[in-house]
Design a protein around this ligand. Structure first.
Ligand SMILES: [Zn+2]
Ligand SMILES: [Zn+2]
Length: 121
């Protein structure tokens, strides 16, 4: 019997995020964007957390907010406001949101400094 190796994880290319109407999973081409549900941050080494039907409340969240509360979902929830269809994400050092659409992560303005990658599917 030949030695079999588990298949290598597939990574999104491009890495995309989307609102609640966008399927989650692996993106293999930009014409069929899915919202990556395996995001992780290379800067803080946390897996990104996602909140549905929500936007960050700019008056409440800050670098220190995420620094202190990540990855406590109950505490992080205190920084969101309800907004149907929107999705927001965070790691310990970055955060952002998207409306009811799909976009490549690289084109989401708030993400310019974030080092989020697909962790593999
Ligand atoms: Zn992915
Ligand atoms: Zn981070």
């Amino acid at each position: 019997m030949p030695l079999t190796h588990p298949p290598l994880p597939k990574r999104c290319n491009p890495v995309c995020i989307g609102g609640t109407s966008i399927d989650t999973g692996l993106t293999v081409m930009s014409a069929m964007m899915k919202s990556c549900d395996r995001l992780r941050c290379l800067s803080c080494d946390f897996k990104c957390i996602r909140f549905d039907d929500a936007v960050w409340d700019d008056g409440l969240v800050s670098y220190l907010f995420f620094r202190n509360f990540m990855p406590d979902v109950a505490k992080l929830r205190k920084g969101i406001k309800f907004r149907k269809g929107h999705v927001c994400f965070c790691c310990q050092c970055s955060w952002c949101g998207i409306g009811d659409e799909a976009k490549a992560l690289s084109s989401v303005a708030q993400f310019e400094k974030a080092k989020w990658v697909c962790g593999g599917h």
